[in-house]
Design a protein around this ligand. Sequence first.
Ligand code: KG4
Length: 338
Amino acid sequence: MNILSFESSCDETAVAVVRDGRQVLSDAILSQADMHALYGGVVPEIASRKHVEAIAGLAEQALAKAHLTKKDIDAVAATYAPGLIGAVLVGLSFAKSAAYALGVPLIPVHHVRGHIAANYLAFPELKPPFLALAISGGNTLIVDVKDYTDMTILGATRDDAAGECFDKAARVLGLPYPGGKPMDELAQKSEGGVYDLPRAHVEGADLDMSFSGLKTAVVNLAHNAEQKGETLNRAALARDFTRAVSDTLVPRAVEALHRTGHTVMVAAGGVAANSIIRADLETACRREGCRLYLPPLSLCGDNGAMIGAQGYYEYMAGHIADLTLNAYATRDLDENTF
Ligand code: KG4
């Protein structure tokens, strides 16, 4: 089954063709990051407008790269939530039109389910059940993936997502947007141990997380240093910041393993590209005797193929939408209504 899939929830416009949920025939992506870097973060209206310009051309490219024509497409999948609403609407509306024109089913895909499904593309043997740590620019979730479309959120951030926190801390350190990768590179240049940064604990909800205090601590450090005319040890701060993020994520993921009894863990999302977090997850999973799947860096960030992968399993579960399907800025990933 060939699924033409669309992703436009933030600043990447992506269209892919995926066969049977596991084989990527093509993945055409246009990142707008350079444009938003001028403003230090994503400007929602610019994102929507850039999606409008790019999407039809990328759909043509995805078909051409897959050596297919429109007649070979069996279904259309699209991110319908969560994300920047104007941005999601562009991809979803185009996908609806494509499904209508081609006379094929329309499959709604939750963006974070897509991130988790990116692992199905990289690891043919991977099947639920497993525990997923989904860490991206907009979401930070610990998920019990009981089946391809049966998931329960075990823990979530109460405020900022881990990626958002990386981006804000990077900005304070004078690094370009998106800040995760440059922070990662800067952190490699120091052993850290210089800055004492907070690790938040959410009372009564051990698996929930909070990153806003950490973000504020980095902002305050930089501000105070500037006022006192002191020079920050930027590499040490990047390292100590990343350690604080990892210390928040990894022990909770391990605790979730204990609670669920899962012996397989999957990482997903842009922040899953972080070298320190990857190393910490590897160490923790080795200690726990748990099999860890880390997606290749190319599948950590937003892409269209992950939507096609999850779309296949949504289709198999009968999750087909009609053409009244709407887009949502927020939506829990354990919901199966559209
Ligand atoms: O998954 P993604 O592409 O978009 C969302 O679905 O949100 O994630 C983007 C986020 C950004 O915040 C970016 O700074 C972060 O992932 N990121 C990283 C790294 N590479 C990307 N964060 C930490 N370390 C990295 N190496």
